[in-house]
Design a protein around this ligand. Structure first.
Ligand code: DON
Length: 583
C-alpha cells in the first residue's frame, strides 16, 4: 500500500517535471522554467511578483500561516503592481481552514459612494460622458478620473481576514511592503508598458505624474520606483490598523483629492466602509468539490454552471481544443454569460437566483438546448460590440501553508492604473471599479460586458465582478487545487479551463495553466482564441458551424497550486509575470 502510494507520487512528480515547455504559449520564452514552476513539501505561494511571493514565504518561514502570508502578499503586491491592484482598490479572499474544513469568504470589493446614482455616467441623450478636469476632457468618466472611483475596501478586508485567521502581528506582515515602497524596486517590462499606455491620463493628475512620470517622462525598465507617500500611508495603517486608512490623516487626504476632482467619495463613505462575509459557492464536477466566490462576483456561479453543463459530455474523449470540445465549451460559456448579463448583481440589492443557476437540473435544461453540430441561433445570441484589449491589471495569488490551510485571493483596482488618480500625499492609486456597474442596460463596459437592472448603479451598492478565487477538492475531499486569475471576464473562463485541464485532460499543473485558451462571453458574439491555440482546420470547422472567431494575444494569467502526493506544486502563468516560491 505504502509502496503503491510512493510509486504514484513519483509518477506524479515525474509528470510535473516533464511538462513540455514547447507546448506553452510563446509569451515569455526567455524565462527559465524554474521561474514559473516549483515544488515544496511545506508551503507554497504563487503570486504575480517575486517580491510578493518572497514576502509571503518569509511569513510562513517565521511560523505564520496562510492568512499571515496572504496579508503580507496583499500589501506587497499593492506596492509592486500599482498598475493592477493596490490599497486604493478591493478584492475577494477565500480562506480554507484545514482544522475545521471550512472556507470563509471575505468580500472587500469597492462600494458605490453614498452620492452615486443610476445614470451618473450618462448624458441627457443617453450617451456615456467624459470626465472634465481643470479644463481637460478625459475620455470615459467611468474609467478615468475621480468620478470612476468606488470606496476602496482592500485595507479593511485584508486586515479583517488577517485578524480572524492570522498568527503574526499586523506590524510584521505589513513591514516588507513599507520597506519596498520606501526603498523602491526595479521597474519591469509590464509596469513600464502600463505607465506608457496610461500616460495621457496619469499626466493630468499631479500626484500620479510625480510618482510614475517624474521629469514628465514615463519610468522605464530598470528605473527604480520609489513610493515614499505610499510607505507613509502603510505606516499609518501599521500604527492604527484599519482606522489608519479610513479615518485620520490618510482619509483626510483621500477626501481632499476627491474634492479636487469635485467628486463623490466623502468622509462618511470611508468611515462606513464594511467588509462582508458570505457563504461560498459550492459545486461538484465529476466527484470533485469546487468552492468559489459568490455574488457580488459572478465567477463562482458561472464556473459551476458551466462545469454542470459540461459534466454531461465526455470532454476528455473529445480532446483538448478540438472542434468538438471547443464548440461544446463555447456553447456552455455563452449560456452562462447570457445569464450573467440578466441575473447577476449585488445580492444586497437584487435577488440573484443562485440556487437555480447552480442546480444540475437547470444545467440539464441548458445542455438540451446545445446543438452539437451548430451554434445557437443569433436571435438567442443578439448583437454585440467587440471587447477592448485586455488590460494588464488585477492580480491573483494562491497560498498553502504547512498545516494545509489555503488562501485564494483576487485583488484589483480594475483597469490599468485604475482611475489614473493618485490621492495626493498618500501614494494611493484610486480604482475605477465603478465601470464594473452597468451604466446603462445594454451598454458594454470596458471589457465588453453588458448588464441589466440587476447591476445598475445605486448608492452603497457593490458592482458586479468576475473575480473567481477558487478551491478544488479531490474525490477524497482533500484540497487539490488553489486557483484564480486576472483578466476581466476571461477570469471565469481561464479558471474554468485550468480546472477542466486538470480534471478531464489530467494535465500536470504547468500544462493545465499554460494550455491555450478559448473564451466566449455571449456578447460580443465572438469566440476568442489565443493566437496559435486552435489548429487551422479546427478554426475552419468551427466557422462552418457558425462560430465567429477572433484571435487574441493572451487571456488571463493563472496563479495556481496543486497537491501531488505529499508535495505542493506552484505555477505562475507565463502569460504575465509571476513567481511561485515554496519550501
Ligand atoms: O472585478 C472584475 O471583474 C474586474 N474589475 C476585473 C478587472 C480585471 O481583471 C482587469 N484585468 N485584466
Amino acid at each position: 500500500m505504502k509502496f503503491t502510494r510512493c510509486f504514484l507520487m513519483l509518477v506524479g512528480l515525474f509528470f510535473v517535471s516533464c511538462t513540455s515547455i514547447e507546448t506553452f504559449p510563446p509569451y515569455q520564452k526567455h524565462r527559465k522554467r524554474t521561474e514559473f514552476i516549483t515544488t515544496g513539501s511545506k508551503g507554497m505561494i504563487s503570486t504575480s511578483h517575486r517580491l510578493a511571493s518572497k514576502a509571503g514565504l518569509d511569513m510562513l518561514k517565521m511560523g505564520g500561516n496562510a492568512a499571515d502570508a496572504a496579508a503580507a502578499v496583499s500589501f506587497m503586491i499593492s506596492v509592486v503592481r500599482p498598475q493592477s491592484t493596490g490599497i486604493g482598490g478591493g478584492g475577494f479572499m477565500l480562506y480554507f481552514d484545514k482544522g475545521t474544513k471550512s472556507t470563509s469568504v471575505y468580500d472587500f470589493r469597492e462600494r458605490a459612494p453614498f452620492k452615486a446614482s443610476r445614470d451618473m455616467y450618462i448624458d441627457k441623450q443617453g450617451k456615456p460622458i467624459d470626465f472634465i478636469y481643470k479644463g481637460h476632457r478625459i475620455p470615459n468618466a467611468s474609467v478615468n478620473g475621480h468620478l470612476a472611483v468606488g470606496t476602496p475596501g482592500l485595507v479593511a478586508g485584508v486586515i479583517e481576514a488577517h485578524s480572524k485567521h492570522g498568527k503574526l502581528s499586523l506590524a510584521k506582515v505589513i513591514q516588507p511592503a513599507i520597506d519596498t515602497a520606501r526603498n523602491g524596486f526595479k521597474v519591469y517590462i509590464r509596469l513600464a508598458e502600463a505607465i506608457k499606455r496610461k500616460q495621457q491620463v496619469l499626466n493630468k493628475f499631479e500626484a500620479s505624474k510625480k510618482i510614475f512620470m517624474p521629469n514628465g517622462r514615463p519610468l522605464k525598465v530598470g528605473d527604480t520606483l520609489v513610493q515614499k507617500d505610499l510607505a507613509w500611508t502603510l505606516e499609518q495603517t501599521k500604527k492604527h490598523g484599519r482606522d489608519g486608512f479610513y479615518k485620520g490623516k490618510v482619509a483626510k487626504k483621500i477626501v481632499a483629492e476627491m474634492k479636487r476632482g469635485k467628486r463623490l467619495i466623502r468622509k462618511n463613505d470611508l468611515i462606513a466602509y464594511n467588509v462582508k462575509t458570505h457563504k461560498p459557492v459550492v459545486g461538484t464536477y465529476r466527484g470533485h468539490k469546487v468552492i468559489s466566490m459568490p455574488p457580488p462576483s459572478s465567477g463562482g456561479i458561472h464556473i459551476v454552471q458551466i462545469l454542470n453543463i459540461l459534466e454531461g459530455y465526455d470532454i476528455k474523449g473529445m480532446g483538448h481544443n478540438t472542434t468538438k470540445s471547443a464548440h461544446i465549451i463555447t456553447e456552455a460559456m455563452r449560456r452562462a454569460f447570457a445569464d450573467r448579463a440578466k441575473y447577476l448583481g449585488d445580492p444586497a440589492f437584487t435577488k440573484v437566483p443562485q440556487k437555480g443557476l447552480l442546480s444540475k437540473q437547470y444545467a440539464n435544461k441548458l445542455r438540451s438546448t446545445i446543438n452539437p453540430k451548430k451554434v445557437a441561433s443569433s436571435k438567442e445570441v443578439g448583437a454585440g460590440t467587440p471587447a477592448a484589449y485586455e488590460s494588464p491589471s488585477t492580480t491573483h495569488f494562491s497560498i498553502v501553508d504547512k498545516w494545509g490551510n489555503a488562501v485564494s485571493s483576487t485583488q484589483t483596482i480594475n483597469y490599468t492604473f485604475g482611475s489614473g488618480v493618485v490621492a495626493a500625499g498618500t501614494g494611493v492609486v484610486l480604482n475605477d471599479e465603478m465601470d464594473d456597474f452597468s451604466k446603462k442596460p445594454g451598454v458594454p463596459n470596458v471589457f465588453g460586458l453588458v448588464g441589466s437592472e440587476a447591476n445598475s448603479i445605486a448608492a452603497r451598492k457593490t458592482m458586479l465582478s468576475s473575480m473567481s478565487p477558487s478551491l478544488v477538492f479531490d474525490k477524497n475531499n482533500q484540497l487539490l487545487l488553489v486557483v484564480g486569475s486576472p483578466g476581466g471576464p476571461t477570469i471565469i473562463t481561464a479558471t474554468l479551463q485550468t480546472i477542466l485541464n486538470t480534471i478531464d485532460h489530467r494535465m500536470p499543473l504547468a500544462d493545465a495553466v499554460h494550455a491555450y485558451r478559448i473564451h466566449h462571453q455571449w456578447l460580443p458574439d465572438q469566440l476568442f482564441y489565443e493566437q496559435n491555440g486552435l489548429e487551422y482546420n479546427t478554426i475552419l470547422d468551427l466557422q462552418k458551424m457558425g462560430h465567429k472567431l477572433t484571435p487574441k494575444d493572451a487571456m488571463g494569467s493563472v496563479q495556481a497550486i496543486r497537491r501531488v502526493g505529499k508535495k505542493w506544486v506552484g505555477v505562475s502563468d507565463t502569460r504575465r509575470e509571476g513567481y511561485p516560491l515554496g519550501y
